[in-house]
Ligand binder design. Structure first.
Ligand SMILES: C[S@@+](CC[C@H](N)C(=O)[O-])C[C@H]1O[C@@H](n2cnc3c(N)ncnc32)[C@H](O)[C@@H]1O
Length: 283
């Protein structure tokens, strides 16, 4: 299963690897990715099953499409280049577009709603927590003063004004973390990831593997913590003398440390520079 179809690069490689006869279920919550994937992945026998849905629900999606169990699940987290590079989707501070950031256009919450309607303290908390941004309070103050913000440019300009020049990060745009925080909140990315990992575990065959590629520390921590917890026989607090949780290990961690892209890969695909791959096997 490819839980994050995107532009279909991984899905195609997975399909090629399971020929002849292997079946692939590919899902994405973005209808544009699903429409593209249906065309791109149709030439195989059997053809890939391409479904629009949230991977937080992937066990139900799999069962209702004839995949009672699967041998592998891949999560390639975050936004796709297709989404990022389309100004109309509002994910990027490069280029002007509506402040949207929804992966699923039927999602009722947009980034504009968060930026324009959240109380200042909540907005600051969100930017601090999900963006790991130390200037969060000042940025939230500037956003509130400039309301209503309508475009990605409005948001980028508010952040640029809020963060003192001398404190601008050297390697990324000063608005990167704020955009990331709003995007993660709009799409409830950590909530979906937690549910997705649990769902994947529930449909993996023994010996089957799940792999997750994360692009920032909160995602990677979620994956790592899940893998560690599910690879232990007991998850009681350490100070508790007797185990009462009855938890049993269901995963074996394959990658003790995350796999990182090498220099050659980063040169060929600079967006891979912060990627971290973790893999675990169903016991
Ligand atoms: C980094 S891209 C995947 C790129 C893909 N591996 C490729 O080879 O082109 C991530 C994709 O996952 C989708 N996505 C993110 N969160 C999702 C979720 N909770 N459920 C379903 N799809 C999700 C996004 O819409 C996006 O298309």
């Amino acid at each position: 299963m490819d839980a994050t179809l995107g532009a279909g690069g991984h899905a195609r490689l997975l399909l090629e690897a399971i020929q002849p006869g292997g079946r692939l279920l590919a899902i994405d919550r973005d209808p544009a990715a699903v429409a593209g994937g249906r065309i791109q992945l149709s030439g195989f026998e059997p053809p890939a099953t391409v479904v629009r849905g949230d991977f937080g629900d992937l066990d139900h999606i799999a069962r209702s499409h004839g995949f009672a169990q699967v041998d592998a699940v891949l999560f390639d987290l975050g936004v796709s280049s297709m989404q990022l590079d389309d100004p109309a989707r509002g994910f990027s501070f490069r280029g002007e577009g509506p402040l949207d950031m929804r992966m699923d256009p039927d999602n009722p919450v947009t980034a504009a709603q968060l930026a324009n309607q959240l109380p200042e303290r909540e907005l600051a908390g969100l930017i601090r927590r999900l963006g790991e941004e130390r200037w969060a309070a000042r940025i939230a103050g500037f956003i509130v003063k400039r309301r209503p913000l309508r475009t990605t440019r409005d948001l980028a300009a508010a952040v640029e004004a809020a963060v003192p020049r001398a404190a601008w990060p050297r390697d990324i745009h000063p608005a990167t973390r704020t955009f990331q925080a709003l995007r993660m909140s709009v799409n409830d990315e950590l909530g979906s990831l937690g549910n997705g990992l649990k769902s994947a575990l529930s449909i993996l065959t023994p010996g089957g593997r799940m792999a997750a590629i994360s692009f920032h520390s909160l995602e990677d921590r979620t994956v790592k913590t899940f893998f560690i917890a599910e690879s232990k026989d007991c998850v009681c607090p350490p100070q508790q003398p007797v185990c009462t949780c009855a938890h049993r290990a269901s995963l074996r961690i394959v990658t003790r440390r995350p796999v990182l892209p090498d220099e050659e890969e980063i040169r060929a695909n600079p967006r891979a520079r912060s990627a971290r791959l973790r893999v675990a096997e169903r016991i």
